[in-house]
Design a protein around this ligand. Sequence first.
Ligand SMILES: Cc1ncc(COP(=O)(O)O)c(C=O)c1O
Length: 387
Amino acid sequence: MSPVRTPVLAVANDDRIGLFDLQRQRARLEADIKARMDAVLAHGQFILGPEVETLEKRLATYTGAKHVVAVSSGRDALMIALMAMDVRPGDAVFVPAFTFAATAGAVASVGASPVFVDVDPATHNMDPADLERAIAEVEAAGQLKPTAVMPVDLYGLPADYPAIAAIADRHGMAVLADAAQSMGGASGNRRVGALAPITATSFYPTKPLGCYGDGGAVLTEREDLADRVRMIRSHGRQGTGDAAMVLGLTGRLDTIQAAVLLAKLEVFDVELGRRRAIAARYNKGLADVVAVPTVPDGLESAHAIYTVRVRHRDQVRARLDAAGIGTGLFYSLALHQHPAFRQFDGRRLDVSERLASEVLALPMHPDLSDEEVDRVIAAVKAAVAET
Ligand SMILES: Cc1ncc(COP(=O)(O)O)c(C=O)c1O
């Protein structure tokens, strides 16, 4: 009887390399995180406790944003920012067609209409030329008022803010950055949070700066907007007053989450450096076999997600899974392809549609070893050669 042969690519479960791995980071930071959480349990101010204010101040210093208001999630940060900007039904908000559903969801939640703009095939971020076309189309149709542009810093790479701001200015529109994925990214000597007049970010656990639940923040140079965001996150009330001054919601960041973020902020730059080194190693190892991500001169990505583009993506993905490599699809659908957003469909979005069938995210987190990165590279090469 011939022996049962184990397929060459199969690996034991504990050898798997995850797309993300929060447990290694937890082990590294556990003592500090637990001490900070214990302090919150002891003082008992679970809502808007002192850690929240400390976090807001540290993030303002870190990013260069004048005001930081910590909120309940990235999506809530976007929605609260739109509410503070008074975006409403009848307004058109231009968003990239290739992003997470929350980008358009936040716009629709305030009753405004998301208008999908195609993305640049190299950076995967909003294409300023298509933004011009989309604005012209909305103006010609005369149904909606072009009100705001919401670029997304996809995978951690800042959008082309100078070009987008110039277009927005010409049309009297505001710019709100969806920086859910890009905390830690930069353009020249300015960090994400200070690249647009108002920015929303996410502290979802797998984000570059992530907490242990949901969390987010609104960052802005404008005091009036910051004041409104503070009111909206807390039922529309001002400070300790009872009166609801504006329509608000339960949109605060929990104190426990702020404590976790304060611990992670201490090592954030070191972790970003490691993400950069991993991305560079991947680029070098994979540039000949797949399309690797491009970071234009002058921009710094936060490398939240490392995404390549590859033909026969689903077969390559299945082979990587068999080889014990975790992968992800960010995103398998462009926004107009989601049933929830079909009503906002209507433009040609060829690049976004192509990307949705080609993108493949490989493991990326600061605790990946060089040996693991090399194993992923070898597995991708083998998978591409076999498909
Ligand atoms: C581009 C983008 N926008 C918005 C969000 C929403 O953030 P959250 O999950 O914290 O609500 C995300 C999160 O995944 C995102 O990637």
